[in-house]
Ligand binder design. Structure first.
Ligand SMILES: C[S@@+](CC[C@H](N)C(=O)[O-])C[C@H]1O[C@@H](n2cnc3c(N)ncnc32)[C@H](O)[C@@H]1O
Length: 254
């Protein structure tokens, strides 16, 4: 149920993008009682998301399998009631997907680019997710004073060493970074294992999520934040503090 129109000038009006029949069992398993809300979000991505240049036009036909279901599969790694920070949300992947699939989560979407933040803010309202999702315009490095998260997610944002530097400080000790990676996961882990340990992370584990539901399963690198590392040992955070979208003026323009 879309509460208000969010389409840009000249763009097609949003409406649900129904899940293709072949993906219906996975959508019903992963989105529990909210596959219709997921279809509304898919519709926003396919219309506004494309018009505003947040989603490539060639991605539109594969939104369900490549994007929504792939992101939703990660819910099996997230504990009930967790506070989740999604770094570099872009158009809401995976943060909005997680919030739809799991109403028990509180989700903060961290995104520095104004145009993406506008889309995220409008989509959150249109999908009726305001109660569980907050949009923050900032870089991850500017968020280190925010309340620690149980889970930090990131998809297609940066290599693992940089993600560790940006994201591990946002997690509580004992919390975890879930980095959604593709085929590069195993090589990235081998390359960046030592850097991640220096940043306070435990041994990275490559997980396959959605086995038996999606093909291929989603590949996720899980890194527990084991300890706090003195700030001198990782790159210093950028100046400035993050805020809600209402104080986005303080965030840097890119
Ligand atoms: C390739 S896009 C991926 C977007 C989305 N996660 C997805 O999978 O479609 C990378 C995103 O990371 C954001 N980003 C880049 N540097 C960042 C930083 N330091 N902190 C937070 N987000 C950042 C960019 O603005 C962009 O939206």
């Amino acid at each position: 149920m879309v509460n208000e129109p969010v389409h840009g000038p000249g763009g097609p009006p949003p409406g649900p993008l129904p899940v293709p029949a072949e993906f219906r069992p996975a959508a019903e398993a992963l989105f529990a009682d909210r596959p219709d809300l997921a279809a509304e979000y898919a519709g926003l991505l396919a219309t506004d998301g494309v018009v505003r240049g947040l989603i490539g036009p060639r991605e539109a036909p594969r939104l369900w399998d490549r994007h929504l279901l792939n992101c939703a599969a990660v819910v099996e790694l997230i504990p009930h009631g967790a506070a989740v920070v999604d770094v570099g949300s872009g158009a809401g992947l995976p943060g909005i997907v997680l919030a739809i699939a799991r109403p028990d989560l509180t989700v903060t979407l961290v995104e520095p680019l104004a145009r993406r933040v506008s889309f995220l803010t409008e989509a959150v309202t249109a999908l009726g997710l305001d109660g569980s999702v907050t949009v923050v315009r900032a870089r991850a490095e500017e968020c280190q004073e925010r309340p620690p998260a149980d889970v930090v997610t990131a998809r297609a944002v940066a290599p693992l060493d940089r993600l560790g530097r940006w994201c591990l400080p946002l997690a509580a000790v004992g919390g975890r970074l879930l980095a959604l990676k593709g085929a590069s996961a195993v090589n990235e882990v081998a390359e960046h294992r030592e850097a991640l340990t220096r940043l306070g992370g435990g041994d990275p584990i490559v997980r396959r999520c959605g086995v038996g539901l999606i093909d291929p399963p989603a590949t996720v690198v899980e890194i527990v934040r084991e300890r706090v590392v003195a700030s001198g040992r990782s790159k210093a955070p950028r100046a400035g503090r993050s805020g809600s979208t209402s104080d986005s003026r303080r965030a840097r323009r890119r």
